[in-house]
Design a protein around this ligand. Structure first.
Ligand code: GLV
Ligand code: MG
Length: 354
């Protein structure tokens, strides 16, 4: 760490708000991507705000070059003209080496700096990228009288980023989280796949031939090409006190595989995923809200060990301090989701009040 720990929580520009010492934890089961250059999409925003935890104005990939400015200005209009209530407002800006980045950040901070929760930075190569945007945001916050710091979310989608993910996560108190970006990451690593997330039928292991019957078909099992990177990202985030997310799942026409990919990330520790299409909102809502049966078991464990210590047997399974903590992770998440989403509060038996 190059900066003295004593200075870490001081503003990086005179007049900028003091950095946050903790990341506010709010439900963020789906980060819904909005192409705000499209008037029809902008009209759908009030309805979307009743369905999503995070609405993100996308300015980067998937926005055609001719639409870059319209997407930026359309998103500013969306944030200004809608009451987001408890829905978070994020924006994915263009990459640092693009011709749009500087205007993206300047326009966003000057126009909606006090309403924007998070800026998502794509194609992060290392902690130096975070250091750069950290100072730039402080200067802009000071200039445009922003009263609370805008947080930064990195996309993990370069080989360099994965190699330095621990340093990226720790690079600034602004760091709010990291999303996994399988498309750019595959390209950066020269992986041989055109898919966006999910498995690949050729990435597999095979049992040995049967010596007595060498031509018999041999069982194969498909492997998960993303497991190592997602698990490493989760550890880096936990170590830094920030939040890990799964990113995009490209096969909109395969909701089953989307659900599997989201769930694998959820089980490994991710708190949410991106939804690129309205049909993926419901998938993320289902997957990233804990399973009511797990919540019931968690509550049972917590009730059986009120002070969280000792050892008890419950339905043939040993419970101790560690399983109490596992149960608490699930119960706390259920309580938080229930406070935002009354349908889940009813399923969990938690309170629907925030
Ligand atoms: C997301 O941006 C990705 O490249 O997968
Ligand atoms: Mg990408």
């Amino acid at each position: 760490m190059l900066r003295s720990p004593k200075d870490f929580f001081k503003p990086l520009a005179i007049g900028a708000p003091a950095p946050l010492t903790e990341i506010p934890v709010r439900p963020a089961r789906m980060v819904h991507f909005l192409p705000a250059q499209n008037a029809r999409m902008r009209e759908r925003v009030p309805e979307l705000l009743t369905q999503v935890d995070v609405l993100l104005g996308n300015l980067e990939d998937a926005i055609a070059i001719a639409d870059k400015e319209a997407a930026r200005e359309g998103w500013i209009e969306v944030v200004k003209n809608n009451d987001f209530g408890n829905v978070q407002a994020w924006s994915r800006v263009n990459a640092l080496d693009s011709p749009w980045f500087l205007d993206d950040v300047t326009r966003l901070v000057s126009e909606i700096g006090n309403r924007l929760d998070v800026i998502m930075l794509p194609k992060v190569l290392g902690p130096q990228d975070i250091t750069y945007i950290d100072r730039l945001l402080a200067q802009l916050e000071a200039k445009y009288h922003v009263t609370r710091p805008i947080m930064v979310h990195a996309i993990l989608e370069t080989g360099g980023g994965v190699a330095q993910v621990e340093e990226i996560a720790l690079a600034s108190p602004r760091m709010q989280g990291i999303s996994f970006g399988p498309a750019d990451l595959a390209a950066s690593r020269r992986m041989k796949t055109t898919r966006v997330g999910g498995g690949h039928p050729s990435y597999l292991v095979r049992t040995d031939p049967d010596p007595a019957n060498p031509d018999a078909p041999r069982v194969t099992a498909q492997q998960d090409p993303w497991h190592y990177s997602i698990a490493r990202m989760v550890d880096a985030c936990v170590n830094a006190g920030i939040l890990p997310f799964y990113g995009p799942f490209g096969a909109i026409d395969d909701p089953v595989a989307c659900e599997d990919q989201f769930r694998a990330a959820f089980l490994l520790g991710c708190v949410g995923a991106w939804s690129l299409h309205p049909s993926q909102v419901a998938i993320a809502r289902k997957v990233f809200s804990p399973d009511p049966e797990e919540v019931r078991i968690a509550k049972k464990i917590l009730d059986a060990m009120p002070d969280g210590s000792g050892v008890v047997m419950l339905d043939g399974k040993m419970q101790d301090d560690a399983t109490w903590k596992q149960a608490k992770v699930i119960w706390d998440l259920a309580t938080m989701i229930g406070a935002r989403d009354p349908e889940f509060a009813a399923l969990y038996g938690t309170s629907a009040q925030a």
